[in-house]
Ligand binder design. Sequence first.
Ligand SMILES: Cc1cc2nc3c(=O)[nH]c(=O)nc-3n(C[C@H](O)[C@H](O)[C@H](O)COP(=O)(O)O)c2cc1C
Length: 196
Amino acid sequence: MTEDFNQLQQIISERRTIKPTTFTGNKISDYEILEVLETANWAPTHGYTEPWRFSIFTEEGLTRLGNFYAHLDQPNSEAEGFNAQRFERFKNRPMLCSHVIGIGMMPNSNPKIPEMEELCSVAMAVQNLWLALHAKGYGGYWSTGKLAFTDKMRQFFELPEGAKSLGLFYVGIPPKEQPKGRRISTIETKLNWIKK
Ligand SMILES: Cc1cc2nc3c(=O)[nH]c(=O)nc-3n(C[C@H](O)[C@H](O)[C@H](O)COP(=O)(O)O)c2cc1C
């Protein structure tokens, strides 16, 4: 059991945010992506609502996603101006990846289970898949930003009305040298032991 804990602790603490610009460019099979998504499906929920939804972009889907995102990102006002560099960066980003996963949430209709709980469950599902990717030697990055929660993203993910987009998860093969993990403060500073 201690061995299990040590192994799990290592996987958890060594999982990193890996940015697409550092991916090797090699691809992961759809089968392995499905395997890590299976771990997402084991996240707990209140009432078996299972609100996570995943739209998986790969092959030509990556090109389509890059085009869509880069255009959507452009400012609406002339004053802000067109930023060609930013446009190209967003357009090309998915192509650096093996797969990009659109993270969605489909809240249940039971008023006893508020959306906040569904959000918690989706985040747990994402953590599962992120850890599973890391355990397989792959890397990922949950990206939000100004477009992440828009209805346009929800529609692009082909999610039904009532669902929400929670951003993009970029997946690829990390470089040999992974970024160093850091936390601003220790767990002790975030604890309050209440014993009486
Ligand atoms: C919900 C969520 C949204 C995130 N959105 C962004 C983002 O838009 N841009 C970004 O650079 N990193 C984003 N991140 C990644 C964090 O910056 C990253 O997890 C943090 O720096 C800790 O690094 P680590 O994952 O390697 O421990 C996001 C992470 C989470 C959990």
